[in-house]
Write a protein that binds this ligand. Structure first.
Ligand code: DQA
Length: 146
């Protein structure tokens, strides 16, 4: 089964962007780790990143149409993108897992990060565990498929 791991804006800057918050590893390393974790679970994974809201929305549509579970770090879109939330709701309707992941713990940061418009339609939300959160999300997808 193919799982889409979708990353929103500025996550292409991992490694150089606020390393005290997001760590020193880059997106390429995240993709490598996700591929390894997925293969251990017998899953196929595709890790993508975009700064473009429309592109991420189209990827969610693709997941709905092709029945792919989604692991989504919506990054800043988390806090205001009703367009992305409406796309994510279609995964919910299709009973496809949507695991929302945040590298940091947004609840412990600025006030604007405390609200997620995605969480109400997510199967689960994992925060504050760095890249390990993606591993837990892959395990959750695997578990939910049993
Ligand atoms: C983030 C948290 C968001 O508030 C922020 O806008 C990001 C990354 C995280 O992974 O911790 O870009 O989603």
């Amino acid at each position: 089964m193919k799982v889409l791991v979708l990353n929103g804006p500025n996550l292409g800057r991992l490694g150089v962007r606020e390393p005290d918050v997001y760590g020193h590893q880059d997106l390429h390393q995240l993709a490598e780790q996700c591929a390894r974790w997925a293969s251990e679970l017998g899953l196929d994974v595709e890790v993508r990143q975009s700064d473009d809201e429309a592109e991420v929305i189209h990827w969610i549509h693709e997941a709905v149409d092709h029945h792919h579970p989604v692991i989504l770090n919506p990054a800043a879109f988390t806090h205001y993108s009703y367009g992305l939330a409406d796309a994510a709701a279609q995964l919910h309707t299709a009973k496809l897992p949507l695991i929302e992941v945040h590298i940091s713990n947004p609840a412990s940061r600025e006030a604007f990060r405390r609200h997620s418009v995605i969480s109400p339609v997510a199967t689960s939300t994992i925060t504050g565990l760095g890249f390990f959160g993606y591993k837990l999300a892959l395990e959750a997808v695997s578990e939910l498929q049993q």
